[in-house]
Ligand binder design. Structure first.
Ligand SMILES: C[S@@+](CC[C@H](N)C(=O)[O-])C[C@H]1O[C@@H](n2cnc3c(N)ncnc32)[C@H](O)[C@@H]1O
Length: 206
C-alpha cells in the first residue's frame, strides 16, 4: 500500500460504520445533507440500515454534494428524488433555499480539510444536527482546542478500526462526532462505545 493519499481524499465510508451509529443514535427524519458525499456511501448505508431492519424507510430527503464529479451518477442512483450537487462545499453559499430546511448534516470529511468542513457547517447550519466521522485523535489538538472546548461533541467510538480499502485492516481509531442541534455549545460531552462488527461483515463491506 502506498502512503500517498488518494486524490480529493476519496476514502469512502464502509457501510457497517454507518450501521453501528444508526443502531445507537436516532436523528429525526427530514432533510439530511451530505456535503462531501463521494459516491454516496453514507446515503446508501442509511437506506440499507432501514431495509435490513425492515423498518419502514424513514422520511429522509437527501441533498448530496461533492467537489469531485466522478461519483455523481452513483449519487443520483442512490438519491433519485433528492438534489445532487457538484461544488466546493467550503465556498458554497448557505443562502440557497435548499439549505434552509436541512435538519442534519452528516459526512466523513476529507481528512486534511476536516476542521474547515466542521467550522463551515457550524457557520451555515445553526439549526441542524452535525455528525462527522473522524479519527479519535482529532480531539487532541492545540490548533482545534479553542473551538473544541467550546463545542464539545458527543463521541460514538467504533471499536473496530474501519478499513477504507475494505480488507478489514484499519490503521486508525475512528468515532462519530455528534453535535445535536440544541447542544452545540457544551463544555463536556458523552462517550458511547458502539457495538463490534464481525470481520466477515467488515471484509465484505457489509
Ligand atoms: C473521505 S471521502 C468520504 C466520502 C463520503 N463522505 C463517504 O463517507 O464515503 C471525502 C470526500 O470529500 C470530497 N471533498 C474534498 N474536498 C471537498 C470540498 N472542498 N467540497 C466538497 N467535497 C470535497 C472528496 O471528493 C471525497 O469524496
Amino acid at each position: 500500500m502506498t502512503n500517498r493519499r488518494r486524490e480529493c481524499d476519496a476514502y469512502y465510508t464502509p457501510e457497517w460504520c454507518v450501521h453501528r451509529l444508526m443502531d445507537a443514535m436516532h436523528l429525526c427524519s427530514g432533510v439530511w445533507y451530505e456535503p462531501c458525499a463521494g459516491h454516496g456511501a453514507i446515503v446508501k448505508a442509511v437506506s440499507s440500515w432501514h431495509k435490513k431492519r425492515r423498518f419502514q424507510e424513514a422520511n429522509i430527503r437527501w441533498v448530496t454534494n461533492d467537489i469531485d464529479p466522478s461519483g455523481i451518477d452513483e449519487r443520483m442512483e442512490a438519491n433519485p428524488l433528492g438534489r445532487n450537487i457538484v461544488s466546493d462545499y467550503l465556498i458554497q453559499e448557505p443562502g440557497d433555499p435548499v439549505f434552509g430546511s436541512v435538519n442534519s448534516v452528516i459526512t466523513n470529511p476529507p481528512y486534511i480539510l476536516a476542521f474547515e468542513v466542521i467550522k463551515k457547517t457550524f457557520d451555515c447550519f445553526h439549526d441542524a444536527n452535525i455528525v462527522m466521522l473522524l479519527r479519535i485523535c482529532f480531539l487532541a489538538s492545540i490548533k482545534r482546542q479553542s473551538f473544541l472546548c467550546r463545542h464539545v461533541p458527543d463521541i460514538y467510538v467504533l471499536p473496530n478500526r474501519p478499513s477504507f480499502t475494505y480488507d478489514g485492516q484499519g490503521q486508525y481509531d475512528y468515532a462519530w462526532f455528534v453535535w445535536k442541534k440544541d447542544q452545540k455549545n457544551k463544555r463536556s460531552g458523552r462517550i458511547s462505545i458502539l457495538d463490534t462488527t464481525p470481520i466477515q461483515d467488515r471484509k465484505n463491506n457489509k
